[in-house]
Each structure stands twice: as structure tokens, then as C-alpha cells.
Design a protein around this ligand. Structure first.
Ligand SMILES: [Cu+2]
Length: 146
């Protein structure tokens, strides 16, 4: 009995500490996305709310630019590094344009659980099939394999 109480107290402390820590180490979710004519690979990906999402974009086309355009990008703070050129479409949505062979990283913290679309906004690429979507699941929700 003398040892049960301290053991329980330690366990409770560990549990409370764990709970009070509240926000566990943020998951860094790196998603490589290959852009080509006329598709994204993958065209569907999944993240959890609160993840730091790093989209590693690469345009592997040798003959034309491609872009990653999503209305979602206007709802979060986005950092873009690498070779991409940022712009805003006439409908006010952000895009990152990559010339042939260029790479860029697009980083944001996922918020707002739901399903969001993205397209290549250049020329008629979206109409030719260059579209995709991603799903932001609640934090801690086990992501389906992709
Ligand atoms: Cu394109």
C-alpha cells in the first residue's frame, strides 16, 4: 500500500503532464508533388489539422510551365521558397508557377478541416485534367494511405 499511492501519483502526474502538454510536437508533413503535362502526382493527399505541410513542387515538364493554384492558399499564411514565382489569378487566388525543371516548397500550417481543390491555372491545363484535391482531417485522425 505504501508504494501504490506514489506509483499512482506518478502515473497521474505523467498523464496530467501529457494532457497539459496539449499540443504534441507538430507533425511536419512533407508531400512531394510532381507537375507534368497535364497532371499532378499525387493528385490527392491527406493531412491533419495542425500539421506543418510542406508541398515540394517540381515541374518535370521540359517544354512548358505548370502551376499550383488553390483558393485555400489565401486562407493560411504561406511561405514559398525555391524557384517558384508567386502570383494571383484574376479571381484572386494564389498560385506558384514553375518553369520547366523548377522546384519550389510551399509551407503552411493546415487549418480548417475539409476538402480543398487545386488546379494548374495556366492556359487550359485544368480542363486537360491538371487538377487535384486534398483533405484536412481533424488532428490525430489516422490518415488513410495514399
Ligand atoms: Cu499546367
Amino acid at each position: 500500500m505504501r508504494f501504490r499511492i506514489p506509483a499512482a501519483a506518478i502515473l497521474a502526474g505523467v498523464l496530467l503532464f501529457g494532457l497539459s502538454a496539449g499540443s504534441p510536437a507538430k507533425t511536419r508533413r512533407v508531400i512531394p508533388i510532381v507537375l507534368s503535362s497535364f497532371k499532378f502526382e499525387p493528385s490527392l493527399f491527406f493531412v491533419n489539422e495542425g500539421d506543418t505541410v510542406v508541398l515540394q513542387l517540381e515541374n518535370v515538364a521540359t517544354d512548358r510551365p505548370h502551376a499550383f493554384n488553390s483558393a485555400y492558399l489565401s486562407t493560411v499564411d504561406v511561405q514559398v521558397s525555391g524557384q517558384g514565382k508567386q502570383g494571383v489569378t484574376t479571381d484572386g487566388t494564389k498560385y506558384i508557377r514553375l518553369e520547366p525543371g523548377e522546384k519550389a516548397e510551399v509551407t503552411f500550417v493546415a487549418k480548417g478541416r475539409g476538402q480543398y481543390g487545386f488546379v494548374c491555372n495556366l492556359y487550359n491545363h485544368a480542363a486537360r485534367g491538371q487538377t487535384g484535391a486534398f483533405v484536412i482531417w481533424p488532428a490525430g485522425y489516422h490518415l488513410p494511405a495514399r
